[in-house]
Ligand binder design. Structure first.
Ligand code: PEP
Length: 254
């Protein structure tokens, strides 16, 4: 973690949470934020679209931020069941996750689709959190670097800058499995991602883009992961549904 990039801890609730959880989980985190006062990190909650509004109310005045888990590439139109980036912005979201591996797999989202969604997020004034990561098969074949570099080249929006882009490296095989790459591997991939971003948007902007690690981040491994030079925070799934665990992960930010 660097002194110049403020850590970002993101909770991806996935398809979990009814209105009662919005009040209890988000409310518990809001209390912790208020008790702590000034924090060394930014904390972002990405609940399901149905309870973004309720979570927004539960975290009002707490310093917590709000984001969506996905958005459509268009802002309006005949896209039944979809949510647009401007709808997220309308609910006071500041961020939108795009290209999560569960979207890439379950909805066949290509890099081009992810890029179009990221462009839509920027157009609506959101910060795009673009997710990349290799499958176990790709890793076993020795293709991690090539796969991730290709996703970066294909998924990042043209108008990306340090202020509107966050990239999350999430090895698919590490999501929800309790397994993580060793620290040296995480750092090696993050350094390569920063280099690739620098080729796209220039060195000084790339130096300020926050790179998150995601995949089985827990209180027990957060300290080590957050100490890596090019890791600027975490994208957390399972552990973010327990406020004490999620808070403990955030506390590992130096
Ligand atoms: C995720 O949802 O992006 C994720 C990393 O999940 P988990 O922390 O459960 O592995």
């Amino acid at each position: 973690m660097s002194n110049t990039r403020r850590p970002l801890i993101v909770g991806n609730w996935k398809m979990n949470g009814l209105r009662a959880e919005a009040a209890s989980l988000a409310g518990a985190l809001a209390e912790k934020m208020k008790e702590q006062g000034a924090t060394t990190f930014d904390m972002l909650l990405c609940p399901p679209a149905t309870i973004i509004d309720a979570v927004g109310k539960a975290i009002a005045e707490s310093g917590l931020s709000l984001g969506g888990q996905d958005c459509h590439a268009n802002q309006t139109g005949a896209h039944t069941g979809d949510i647009s980036a401007s709808m997220l912005a309308d609910l006071n979201c500041g961020y939108g996750i795009v290209g999560h591996s569960e979207r890439r797999t379950d909805h066949d989202e290509s890099d081009a689709v992810v890029k179009a969604k990221a462009e839509a997020a920027l157009a609506a004034g959101l910060v795009a959190i673009v997710c990349v990561g290799e499958t176990e098969e790709q890793r076993d074949a020795g293709n991690t670097m090539g796969v991730v570099a290709g996703q970066i080249a294909g998924s990042l929006p043209e108008s990306a800058s340090a202020s509107n882009l966050v990239v999350a490296y999430e090895p698919v095989w590490a999501i929800g499995t309790g397994r993580t790459p060793v620290s040296a591997e995480v750092q090696e991939v993050h350094a390569m991602i920063r280099q690739k971003i620098s080729e796209l948007i220039g060195e000084s902007d790339a130096a300020q883009v926050r790179l998150l690690y995601g995949g089985s981040v827990k209180p027990r491994n957060a300290n080590e992961l957050m100490s890596l030079a090019d890791v600027d925070g975490a994208l957390v799934g399972g552990a973010c549904l327990n406020p004490d665990d999620f808070w403990a992960i955030a506390q590992s930010c130096p």
